[in-house]
Design a protein around this ligand. Structure first.
Ligand code: 26Q
Length: 750
């Protein structure tokens, strides 16, 4: 059947088709097939509104979820074609920075799989997150023009008028089908304007920031930005929320809603503060339809819920009222009224929406005017309640709740690790694909030597796959008999890639002194630094330079190889994670809201080396002390130290010869000969004078714990495999199906 359909779409036999033609044909086939699974909405429907959806490639995932993957793969194979190779042709839609955007995509997959009506609302950026390449030890950025002829996003006839800075724009709706695993089909709605001009892009990723009609949806902004960029972000955000709000009202009206009862028809989840303007925008639209202001506020509060993804104060969005006056003057009277209402509810200045400097605090508006505020891991929610948002918690204790993040097992196990998936299915049957809690049954095999040997073999085969890919894409050869430690996530000081760097330097000295590690190690990194984030780029440079220094030293390179994967993205993650032994989750305790990479590694049989931060805490609770490597100061100690303001990095540097030796190496002869003195010097000074994320106090504990992990790995592979099995068996809790079921039971009630 598959063969006939492909040939009908192409008007020729599979043997005569090029890879491009086959890829196009499969796209058409999936779209046709998904059309069969669209079911009408009854009752309340969810709108997950987010500036980012880091969807990744869709072909394999869609085929898996439609139950067609094996058939298509085998059919192509019988004609000497490879599905994996076709997949390489698919441009990856990188419409997100990292965890927050990827979470949104996992959630859409789970919504459709659980047969819940839930659509996404976002933006169709012409360029996703920049493409990263390395040259001369430095990160370079180039535009990621992902929109090609064959694209999952279909242009519709629908447009919505949006007023920005006293001009009207037409927001055009594009849709991508979200196909659940043996489930329903939902929609990702992405807005764009027709006048965007890709020719505006100049050198690298710079572009003319003045012409809004030409640049509005041209780029996804990296998670920092200059002031021009910030202004453009408000334009983007408003385009998304205004068109989104109109779409929601139109759909609900189409189903018989009279707007007074909007909460019976719609639930809106606000993904961090980026879409927060949806609150005043909906109030504005409802009052235009004749509903009184106070009732409109009540309706919107009932409909909307807010998720917080960060505790870094500098990441909480505030906009100068003057910016908003310029871009969205129609919202300002609404925001002022909301601010007055907030001030009448509490005299505490820290809970105001508009502060004394005329800044609008988006998160404050969210908490006052939605019915639910949630954190994304147990520890994160506790920190929000106890410190960061404590005054709000006192005002509205009933609004605060936790929803520990999750990941879709369809992409992060079934698609990326077919070997492990097949073994699990052989042992416990296929039920875990839809009911992840069944993975617990794997624990029954913890003393089964055949199973443990299989796990070891699978890991080795996955390492060989990764090694082949590293060689073909970057010309790097790695030792697949080594332990693979992987730290892959955005480059951020709080995530502490620099701590890993200091460890590697420490090991260099140990090897030179004849203190050899228990096993050889490949230390893999995947990380993009925001283009304007200087220290993050310095850390990348130091890692690339250290990698060169090690490679040139036969004595050291026998034991440690450092690999930086270029352009880390979802597809790269899918290749790296199944090959990992040791998952590096070493953020400064209290700073990583949850982390979701930690869950993906665990599910694929890696052991976590981590601090008691984010969801690591829950991983540690589930697997027990003997199946995880925890180190470092606790979040309480860290929060206390910040409050006391008594951390002086220089004192630690002076007092600890190991720290001093590692830090000084950064600007030593070997590094300066292989890299750039200016960048290396800046990094070293930053560490000694600031070390804002307290790497020094955790340094020795990290070295000890990591070397313990290597020793355990080397001493008894079967015991290590047993720990890996326990990790896999406990990973069920981190299925996004569980997370979405909780959102639905406690917040949305779809
Ligand atoms: C803000 C202003 C201007 C430009 C960009 C931004 C911006 C963009 C993206 C700020 C933050 C983000 C993304 C944040 C993010 O990814 N947070 C992560 O969310 C994950 C899902 O909940 C958590 O697992 C991570 O711990 C958290 O860091």
């Amino acid at each position: 059947m598959i063969e006939q359909r492909i040939e009908a779409i192409c008007h020729k036999t599979i043997d005569n088709c090029s890879d491009e033609e086959l890829y196009s044909a499969l796209l058409v086939l999936v779209k046709e097939e998904s059309g069969q699974h669209v079911t009408p909405v009854t009752g309340r429907k969810l709108y997950y509104i987010s500036a980012e959806f880091l969807i990744g490639k869709l072909l394999s995932n869609n085929l898996i979820n439609l139950g067609l993957y094996d058939e298509v793969r085998d059919c192509l194979k019988s004609h000497g074609k490879s599905l994996a190779q076709l997949e390489e042709m698919e441009p990856e839609p990188s419409l997100g920075n990292g965890g927050l955007g990827r979470l949104a995509s996992c959630f859409l997959d789970s919504l459709a799989t659980l047969n819940l009506p839930g659509d996404g609302i976002g933006l169709r950026y012409h360029c996703g997150l920049f493409h990263q390449s390395f040259a001369d030890g430095v990160q370079n950025e180039s535009p990621d023009l992902w929109l090609t002829k064959d694209c999952w996003a279909d242009r519709t006839e629908k447009t919505y008028t949006v007023r920005l800075a006293d001009r009207e724009y037409s927001a055009h709706l594009y849709t991508i089908s979200v196909i659940g695993y043996e489930g329903r089909v939902n929609r990702l709605n992405l807005f764009d304007i027709d006048t965007v001009d890709e020719a505006l892009i100049r050198e690298g990723i710079s572009f003319d920031k003045t012409a809004i009609d030409k640049n509005l949806t041209l780029f996804l902004y990296p998670d920092d930005s200059d002031d021009d960029g910030r202004l453009l972000r408000i334009y983007q955000q408003y385009l998304m929320v205004s068109a989104g709000a109109q779409l929601i009202l139109e759909e609900c009206a189409g189903r018989g809603c009279d707007f007074h009862n909007l909460a019976d028809y719609a639930a809106i989840q606000i993904n961090d503060t980026h879409p927060s303007m949806v609150i005043p925008e909906l109030i504005r639209l409802l009052t235009q339809k004749g509903i009184g202001f106070e009732e409109a506020v009540d309706i919107v509060t009932q409909v909307c819920a807010y998720t917080n993804h960060t505790i870094l104060a500098e990441a909480l969005e505030t906009w100068p009222l003057a910016f908003l006056e310029k871009v969205v003057p129609q919202l300002v009277p609404v925001i002022r009224q909301l601010d007055e209402m907030a001030k009448s509810r509490s005299e505490d200045a820290s809970t105001a929406i508009i502060d004394d400097d005329g800044h609008v605090h988006m998160a404050h508006m969210d908490i006052h005017f939605t019915h639910s505020t949630n954190g994304v891991a147990a520890l994160h929610t506790e920190i929000l309640k106890d410190s960061e948002l404590h005054n709000f918690y006192e005002l509205y204790p009933e609004k605060f709740n936790n929803k520990t993040n999750g990941i879709t097992f369809r992409r992060w196990l079934m698609a990326c690790n077919p070997r492990l998936c097949a073994l699990i299915e052989k042992l416990i049957g296929p039920g875990f694909k839809k009911d992840a809690s069944q993975l617990r049954r794997l624990a029954g095999f913890k003393n089964d030597t055949w199973v443990l040997e299989q796990l070891i073999q699978i890991k080795t085969a996955n390492k060989q796959d990764l090694a082949r890919w590293l060689y073909s894409s970057q010309g790097i050869s790695v030792n697949t008999n080594a332990m693979f430690s992987i730290q892959s996530k955005r480059l951020h000081e709080y995530k502490r890639q620099q701590l890993n760097l200091l460890y590697l330097i420490h090991q260099y000295f140990e090897i030179k002194a004849g203190h050899l590690p228990a096993a050889p190690m490949v230390a893999v990194f995947g990380a993009k630094a925001a283009p304007a984030y200087t220290i993050a780029k310095d850390i990348i440079h130091a890692l690339l330079t250290l990698s060169r220094v090690f490679a040139a030293d036969a004595q050291v390179s026998r034991w440690i190889q450092i690999v930086l994967v270029e352009n880390y993205n979802v597809s790269a993650a899918e290749k790296m994670i199944p090959a990992c032994d040791l998952s590096e989750q070493i953020s400064l305790a209290s700073k990583e809201a949850s982390g979701t990479g930690n869950m993906k590694f665990m599910l694929n049989g890696a052991l976590t080396l981590g601090t008691m931060d984010g969801a690591n805490v829950e991983i540690a609770d589930l697997v027990g002390d003997e199946n995880i490597y925890i180190f470092g100061r606790s979040s309480k100690q860290v929060i206390h130290r910040y409050a006391a303001r008594d951390y002086a990095a220089a004192d630690w540097y002076e007092a600890d010869p190991n720290i001093r030796r590692a830090v000084d190496f950064i600007t030593g002869d070997a590094m300066c000969a292989a890299g750039h003195r200016e960048s290396l010097t800046r990094l070293r000074s930053e560490l000694i004078s600031k070390d804002w994320f307290q790497t020094f106090p955790d340094f020795n504990a990290y070295v000890v714990r990591k070397n313990q992990a290597i020793a355990d790995y080397a001493a008894d592979p079967m015991l290590w495999a047993r720990k890996a099995l326990i990790n896999i068996s406990e990973a069920g809790y981190f299925s996004s199906d569980r997370t979405i079921a909780e959102y639905n039971n406690e917040i949305w009630h779809l």
